[in-house]
Write a protein that binds this ligand. Structure first.
Ligand code: 13P
Length: 249
C-alpha cells in the first residue's frame, strides 16, 4: 500500500558536468513504476541535475539546507532557494552532517519544520553507532532522535515525511545490516510514529533503510514489511543503482 521510495545520496561527489553525464547514463535504467526515484545531489549540481532528468519521473533532492528564510548565514542555502529551482526532497540530519558539521536533533527539527513550510519533503535520517548497538540502546537512541525530529510536525505533514534508518556502522563500510536487523528497527520506528500520531500516519509514512545497500542486498531488504525503500550512497553513483531501483523485477 505504501509506494517504495529509493533515493541516491551522492554526498560530495560529481561536478555539474559529471552529474549531467551520470544522470544521462542512469536515467534509462531507473524506470520502475512501483518506485519513486530521487537523486539527492550536491547543491551546486542541482540545476544541471534538474535539466538532465527532464522527461523522466526522477525527482531531484538536496543533501542539506538551512532553517532560516534568508539573511547573514554565509555559505548556507535556504528552503526557498531549493523550492524555486524545483527541488522536491531534502535529506535532513544525515549522520555525516551530525558528525562533521555539528548538527543536532534540535537543528534537525528546525530544518524538518522549515522544509514542510516550503513544500519540500524531508528525508529524515536516524541511526545508531556501533557502540550504541553493542550497549543495547539502539531503539532508545533512535526513538529519541525521532521524537525530537518530529516536534511540532502536524499529522498531515508527518504522513508525507520519509525517514531513513541508517546505522552508522553500516555506512560506507560494506557491512550491510541483515534484513532482520533492519526490519526490527524500521518496525520500531513505525511503532514510535504510531505512538506519536496514531495508526493512519504510521501506516502512511515511508521508512527507508540505508547503509551499504547494493544490487544484491536490496531485494531482501526492500521485501521487509516495514522497509519502504532505501537511501543509497556509494552504489547510487554506478549503473548498479538501476538494478537497485528494479529490485523487484
Ligand atoms: P553507503 O550506501 O555508501 O553505505 O552510504 C549510505 C548513506 O549514507 C546514504 O545516505
Amino acid at each position: 500500500m505504501r509506494k517504495k521510495i529509493i533515493a541516491g545520496n551522492w554526498k560530495m561527489n560529481k561536478t555539474p558536468s559529471e552529474a549531467k553525464a551520470l544522470i544521462e547514463e542512469l536515467k534509462p535504467l531507473c524506470n520502475n513504476k512501483d518506485v519513486d526515484v530521487v537523486f539527492c545531489v550536491p547543491a551546486i549540481d542541482i540545476p544541471a541535475a534538474l535539466a538532465a532528468v527532464k522527461g523522466s519521473k526522477i525527482a531531484i533532492g538536496a543533501e542539506n539546507m538551512y532553517f532560516e528564510e534568508s539573511g547573514a548565514f554565509t555559505g548556507e542555502i535556504s528552503p526557498a532557494m531549493l523550492n524555486d529551482l524545483g527541488v522536491k526532497y531534502v535529506i535532513i540530519g544525515h549522520s555525516e552532517r551530525r558528525q562533521y558539521f555539528a548538527e543536532t536533533d534540535e537543528t534537525v527539527n528546525k530544518k524538518v519544520l522549515k522544509a514542510f513550510e516550503h513544500g519540500i519533503t524531508p528525508i529524515i535520517c536516524c541511526g545508531e553507532s556501533l557502540t550504541q548497538r553493542e550497549q543495547g540502546v539502539t531503539m532508545d537512541f533512535i526513538r529519541m532522535q525521532i521524537k525530537i525530529a518530529f516536534l511540532g510536525v502536524t499529522p498531515e505533514q508527518a504522513k508525507k515525511a520519509v525517514i531513513a534508518y541508517e546505522p552508522i556502522w553500516a555506512i560506507g563500510t560494506g557491512k550491510v545490516a541483515t534484513s532482520e536487523q533492519a526490519e526490527e528497527v524500521c518496525g520500531g520506528i513505525r511503532a514510535c510514529i504510531k505512538e506519536l500520531y496514531g495508526t493512519a500516519v504510521a501506516n502512511a509514512i515511508r521508512i527507508q533503510y540505508g547503509g551499504s545497500v547494493s544490487a544484491s542486498s536490496a531485494p531482501e531488504l526492500f521485501a521487509q514489511k516495514n522497509i519502504d525503500g532505501g537511501l543509497v550512497g556509494g552504489a547510487s553513483l554506478k549503473p548498479d543503482f538501476g538494478k537497485i531501483v528494479n529490485y523487484n523485477k
